[in-house]
Design a protein around this ligand. Structure first.
Ligand SMILES: Cc1cc2nc3c(=O)[nH]c(=O)nc-3n(C[C@H](O)[C@H](O)[C@H](O)COP(=O)(O)OP(=O)(O)OC[C@H]3O[C@@H](n4cnc5c(N)ncnc54)[C@H](O)[C@@H]3O)c2cc1C
Ligand SMILES: *[C@@H]1O[C@H](CO)[C@@H](O)[C@H](O)[C@H]1NC(C)=O
Ligand SMILES: *[C@@H]1O[C@H](CO)[C@@H](O)[C@H](O)[C@H]1NC(C)=O
Ligand SMILES: *[C@@H]1O[C@H](CO)[C@@H](O)[C@H](O)[C@H]1NC(C)=O
Ligand SMILES: *[C@@H]1O[C@H](CO)[C@@H](O)[C@H](O)[C@H]1NC(C)=O
Length: 540
């Protein structure tokens, strides 16, 4: 009973939301070269790029290799898809706009957070208890599942009756799959030349080659638990139903033990990693091309703000962003470039309101029955499972109450509720009005949240992301090494797309580079991977 209860409580510590911009000053690129140091360019200052720099520095120090690292970032901040925005522009109220949650088995993020002394907060405590219902799963007509803050024995009994052994089987399966995945962090697998081969050796291809629906069925997990509970998790985390998303990413959605976030924003981890690495950081700087020279060095063209393009030459280049969205021209062309894959287009709408989500919209009779986190699934009998536009009758993926903030309205303080909505389309003013239970603005075409009066919506922020790939079943993944001295982290996103896995890929690329140093540079100390990880584990 106890296990069952804990399980259901932890099942849904799902990604929340925050955002913030940094005031980094740009370090100008100088043109003089330092003889002797290996020059590495990293394109992208998200989790992958920051982790590449962080681990390269550690491995280089271990091997006594002088390294000069430059990180190019086209936007004005560090963090990529990890970014916070401040409600009411008030720095007391940062909320995540992109990646919001990581979990305790995310070794790289946990280690870095600890090293940089960042404050970790459990995601759920930061949420207010405004309602009796913590979580509800809506199918467009009714809640198929509701979980209250305090579960009674009666709630547990009802669940046992409804889902039987499925939750426990899911937990066992998750443990088993996560255990296999964690081998990628240590020798003999780390650093892996080919993710595709490592996946087969670890038998994880059995999970990636089939859909979530097939994988769960093959593991004896009932259809009712899959479609009512697990699918709500794949929808909020990846905007995909079980008939599309592969089995491994499905399991990742259920691995929510110890869900946490960094206070003030997860981007602080990546900012800390870059500081630690001593890399030069070039913000507002877009790399437009990579050209291989006769002596095998690589010349990058880059543009900062509106200045004319400049060129800098490097020994190694790491592309730490999805290749297809980097816009980089390569000459001479590579024999093989990463395939273009479909990414989910996700609308994130953050807003503050004096109103709570209306019970009427969800056909509930009482305001305090409205769940603080509303996830969604498809209604029974509707099969959109394998479609990219599979949101179904609910029209949105999730609505969650993030926090309650002080709002100054006509000289007095009021409580305003801050919500985050994930949806496949931009929200209309009519939709926002209806979930808040207020009148829609006068009939006019294409109205959006900004058309609502400020006494209904006191603050909002809209963002369209290409957030993660549609995780179609597959068995092969893009290589870490694209060509001699050209490295790539984005291949991992079709396997698992999270901050931690991008960090793992950054560490892997750094490891592969370190393995080559003694051969291509000069005799130097080889990193003993087992010793290195052993030492790190004792420090953790
Ligand atoms: C709304 C949302 C919610 C999410 N929730 C979670 C979550 O809760 N937990 C979780 O773990 N993950 C979550 N994710 C996924 C997670 O954000 C990503 O998997 C991860 O951050 C990817 O990191 P990355 O470094 O590989 O890529 P990015 O963060 O995209 O970094 C790539 C960087 O490269 C830069 N760049 C690209 N091209 C160039 C160029 N030519 N020149 C210079 N710079 C360039 C980009 O500006 C960008 O900053 C979420 C994502 C979104 C969008
Ligand atoms: C980057 O550009 C933005 C304008 O797009 C500007 O506000 C910001 O100060 C710039 N940052 C740096 C570090 O150059
Ligand atoms: C590192 O490389 C950059 C870019 O080429 C160069 O401007 C800088 O002088 C080098 N740094 C050191 C410490 O040599
Ligand atoms: C709303 O709930 C009532 C009773 O709880 C039910 O009779 C009615 O059919 C529901 N309406 C919708 C649209 O589901
Ligand atoms: C409303 O949106 C539709 C579809 O995007 C577009 O065709 C139409 O022109 C828009 N109408 C107005 C008034 O902007």
């Amino acid at each position: 009973m106890q296990l069952y209860q804990e399980l259901l409580c932890t099942l849904f510590l799902i990604w929340a939301a925050v955002l913030g911009t940094d005031a980094y000053s740009q370090i100008p690129l100088r043109s003089e070269t330092d003889i002797g140091a290996r020059k590495v360019a990293i394109i992208g200052a998200g989790s992958a790029g920051a982790s590449t720099a962080y681990y390269l520095r550690q491995f280089a120090d271990y091997s006594d290799i002088p390294l000069n690292i430059t990180v190019f970032e086209r936007s004005h901040y560090v963090g990529g898809r990890s970014i916070t925005v401040d409600v009411f522009n008030d720095p007391r109220y940062p909320v995540e706009l992109g990646a919001s949650i990581f979990v305790s088995v995310n070794y790289n993020l946990m280690e870095a957070a600890k090293r940089f002394d960042l404050k970790i907060s459990g995601a759920p405590q930061s949420r207010p208890e405004e309602s009796q219902a913590m979580l509800g799963i809506w199918d467009g007509e009714r809640f198929v599942y509701v979980q209250s803050h305090s579960m009674t024995w009666w709630d547990t009994a009802k669940l046992l009756w409804r889902y039987g052994l499925a939750p426990i089987r899911t937990q066992r399966l998750t443990k088993n799959v996560v255990g296999k995945f964690l081998n990628l962090y240590k020798p003999p697998y780390f650093p892996f030349q080919s993710l595709s081969s490592a996946v087969v050796e670890l038998e994880l291809h059995k999970a990636t080659a089939v859909t979530g629906a097939q994988f769960l069925e093959a593991n004896g997990i009932s259809d009712s638990f899959s479609s009512e509970i697990i699918q709500a998790s794949t929808r909020v985390n990846y905007g995909q139903n079980l008939g599309l998303i592969h089995g491994l990413e499905t399991i990742v959605c259920m691995a929510t033990d110890g869900a946490v976030a960094i206070e003030g924003g997860n981007w602080r981890i990546f900012s800390g990693m870059l500081d630690f690495s001593g890399a030069k950081l070039a913000l507002n700087t877009t790399v437009t091309s990579i050209t291989r020279n006769d002596d095998d060095t690589l010349t990058l063209s880059h543009i900062t703000n509106n200045s004319p393009p400049s060129e800098t030459t490097f020994d190694d280049v790491v592309i730490a962003a999805p290749y297809q969205s980097s816009g980089i021209e390569i000459s001479p062309a590579f024999e093989r470039v990463p395939d273009k894959i479909p990414y989910v287009k996700l609308y994130v709408t953050l807003f503050a309101s004096p109103h709570q989500i209306s019970q009427a919209y969800f056909n509930l009779s009482n305001q305090n029955e409205v769940p603080e986190m509303i996830l969604t699934t498809l209604p029974k009998g509707v099969d959109l499972g394998s479609r990219e536009d599979g949101v179904g009758p609910t029209g949105f993926w999730s609505i969650s109450l993030l926090r309650v903030v002080d709002a100054l309205v006509e000289g007095s303080l009021q409580n305003h509720y801050v919500y985050k909505v994930f949806s496949p389309e931009r929200l209309s003013a009519e939709f926002v009005a209806s979930i808040l239970g207020v009148d829609s603005p006068a009939e006019s075409e294409n109205t959006t949240i900004g058309d609502l009066p400020s006494h209904h919506v006191s603050w909002f922020h809209e963002k369209t992301w290409h957030s993660y790939p549609y995780e179609y079943p597959r068995q092969t993944f893009e290589e870490s090494k694209l060509e001699r001295n050209v490295w790539y982290t984005g291949g991992i996103e079709s396997f698992i797309s999270t901050m931690e896995t991008s960090s793992l890929m950054g560490m892997n690329v750094a490891g592969l580079m370190a393995n080559e140093w003694p051969e291509i540079l000069r005799p130097s100390k080889r990193v003993s991977w087992s010793r290195w990880f052993e030492q790190r584990n004792t420090e953790l």
